[in-house]
Write a protein that binds this ligand. Structure first.
Ligand code: PLP
Length: 431
C-alpha cells in the first residue's frame, strides 16, 4: 500500500518510508491511498478470534508490502501483551479500559507497534541509525520511552513542557536511560510540537541525521489504534444495538483510528470527540471555522492541544465534506469543573474511579445518550487514574494504590536536559 501526503506536494511512499519519515517532506501527514473493507463475515468470525489474530487482519493491508506476515505476527504478539477489558458502568454505558499496558495509558499500543516496526526495518538495513524525535503533553513520552527502550539502532529524544506533566508521567519519561533522552522545555506542549516540526524541515539536521517522529502523526502509531474499537465490539453483548463511541480527544489520533476502523467495516453509529476546554474542533463543527489557538492548561493535560494534528485525516476520510462528517462525528467540550463533577458521579453512583480524560469521555457520552435510549455507549478510558493522582485523589477524597509498574519507577532519579528554544534542541542533536 502507498501513502500520500495530505499536502499533496510530495511523492507517495511505502509503509516503511512513511514510518521512517513520520512527516512527508512537504510537512503533510501521510494517509493511505486506498483500503479494502474487511471480508463479509469477519465480524462474526472475530467473535472466536484472539486479539492478536484480529489485529493482524486489521493491519495487514497497510503493512504487508514491507513487513512479511511472519514478522508482522511477531510484532503484534510483542505489542499486545495485555488486556483491553470492556467494563460495564450501567445498562447503557460501558468503558473500554486501555490502560493495562506498561505505562498505563492507551498510547502503549501505538508506541510498541511503531518501535518494533522501526526495529524490524533496522535489522533489514544495517547501520541505518534513526533518531526518533517526539513532543509530549504527558503520556506520549512515557509510552514512547517504554516502547522504544533498548530497540537497536534507534535513539529517542523526548521533548516535554516543564512543570506541565504529572509526577508519574515525568518519572516515566526521565528515568529509563539507555537510548532514551528527555529534554525539559521552557514552554508549552505546542512549543515542543513546533520545535519538533521545525527540526524536520531543517536541512542542517536532516542531512546529518535520519530523523523520525513518534507522535501520533506517524502511521505506525496511528493505525494500530484501530484495534481498540474492534476489541470493544467483540465484547459488546448486544451486537444489534446502535454502537456509540466517545473518545477523549487531544490530537485526535485515537478517534481518527476509530473512524478508520468504521471504514474497514466496524458498525459504529456515531463517534463523539469529547474535549476539555481546548475546543477548536467542537467550535469548528458548530461554526465551520477552524481556528487553532494556543493550548490551555487543564486537569486532563494529555488533551491540552490547541491545533489537533490528526483532524485533517478525519476530514480526508470524509472527502472534506462537513455535511457527511457530521453524520458520524459530533464533538463537545467540557470544563475542568464539569470533569471533576463527572468523576465524583461515576465514583458515587457506579463505584468507578475514572481518570480526568476518561471522565471527559463519559461526559460526552452522557450528553449524547440523553435522548437515545436504544443506543449502547462506550467511552474510552485512556489512562489509569493513578497517572493523575494529583487530580483524582483530592476530587474523590480517596487514595489509590500504586500498581507495580508505577511503584517500580517512583523512587528512580529524574534525568533531563533543560532547553529553552529551538537553537538549543538543534545544538543538542548535532553535538
Ligand atoms: C494522548 C491522550 C489522549 C488524547 O488522544 P489523541 O489521540 O491525542 O486524541 C487522551 N487521553 C490520554 C490519557 C492520553 O494520553
Amino acid at each position: 500500500m502507498q501513502f500520500y501526503s495530505l499536502n499533496r506536494q510530495a511523492d507517495s511512499v511505502s509503509f516503511k518510508e512513511a514510518v521512517v519519515r513520520g512527516l512527508a517532506p512537504d510537512k503533510g501527514l501521510y494517509f493511505p491511498e486506498k483500503w479494502a473493507p474487511l471480508p463479509a463475515g469477519f465480524l462474526k468470525e472475530m467473535e472466536q478470534m484472539s486479539n492478536q489474530d484480529i489485529a493482524l487482519e486489521l493491519i495487514r493491508q497497510f503493512a504487508i508490502d514491507d513487513i512479511p506476515e511472519q514478522a508482522l505476527k511477531t510484532i503484534i504478539a510483542e505489542t499486545l501483551t495485555f488486556d483491553f477489558p470492556l467494563v460495564e458502568i450501567d445498562q447503557q454505558v460501558a468503558t473500554l479500559e486501555l490502560f493495562h499496558g506498561p505505562t498505563m495509558a492507551f498510547k502503549d499500543v501505538g508506541a510498541r507497534f511503531m518501535a518494533r516496526c522501526l526495529g524490524y526495518f533496522n535489522q533489514q538495513e544495517q547501520n541505518s541509525k534513526v533518531t526518533v524525535l517526539v513532543a509530549t503533553s504527558g503520556d506520549t513520552g512515557g509510552a514512547v520511552a517504554s516502547g522504544f527502550l533498548g530497540v537497536e539502532g534507534v535513539e529517542v529524544v523526548i521533548l516535554y513542557p516543564r512543570g506541565k506533566v504529572s509526577e508519574v508521567q515525568e518519572k516515566q519519561l526521565t528515568t529509563l536511560g539507555q537510548n532514551i533522552t528527555a529534554l525539559e522545555v521552557d514552554g508549552t506542549f505546542d512549543d515542543c510540537q513546533r520545535m519538533v516540526k521545525t527540526a524536520f524541515l531543517d536541512k542542517d539536521l536532516t542531512s546529518a541525521k535520519n530523523l523520525s517522529s513518534a507522535n501520533s502523526i506517524n502511521v505506525a502509531r496511528w493505525l494500530p489504534q484501530m484495534f481498540y474499537f474492534f476489541f470493544a465490539y467483540q465484547q459488546v453483548a448486544d451486537k444489534e444495538a446502535d454502537l456509540v463511541f466517545s473518545v477523549p480527544s487531544g490530537n485526535f489520533g485515537n478517534i481518527c483510528a476509530g473512524m478508520m476502523a468504521a471504514q474497514l467495516g466496524l458498525p459504529v453509529k456515531q463517534f463523539i470527540a469529547a474535549t476539555n476546554s481546548n475546543d477548536v474542533v467542537p467550535n469548528y463543527l458548530q461554526t465551520g471555522k477552524y481556528q487553532p489557538r494556543p493550548s490551555k492548561q487543564t486537569i486532563s493535560n494529555a488533551m491540552d492541544v490547541g491545533d489537533p494534528s490528526n483532524f485533517i485525516r478525519i476530514q480526508e476520510i470524509y472527502g472534506h465534506s462537513d455535511e457527511r462528517l457530521k453524520q458520524h462525528l459530533s464533538s463537545v467540550a467540557f470544563t475542568d469543573k464539569e470533569t471533576r463533577e463527572a468523576m465524583k458521579i461515576l465514583y458515587r453512583n457506579n463505584g468507578y474511579i475514572a481518570d480526568p480524560h476518561g471522565a471527559v469521555g463519559y461526559l460526552g457520552l452522557q450528553q449524547y445518550l440523553a435522548d437515545k435510549p436504544a443506543a449502547q455507549g462506550i467511552f474510552l478510558e485512556t489512562a489509569h487514574p493513578v497517572k493523575f493522582l494529583d487530580v483524582v485523589s483530592p476530587v474523590l477524597e480517596q487514595t489509590i494504590a500504586l500498581p507495580p509498574q508505577i511503584a517500580a519507577i517512583m523512587h528512580k532519579e529524574k534525568k533531563a536536559i533543560g532547553i529553552a528554544d529551538y537553537e538549543a534542541l538543534k545544538a543538542y542533536l548535532l553535538a
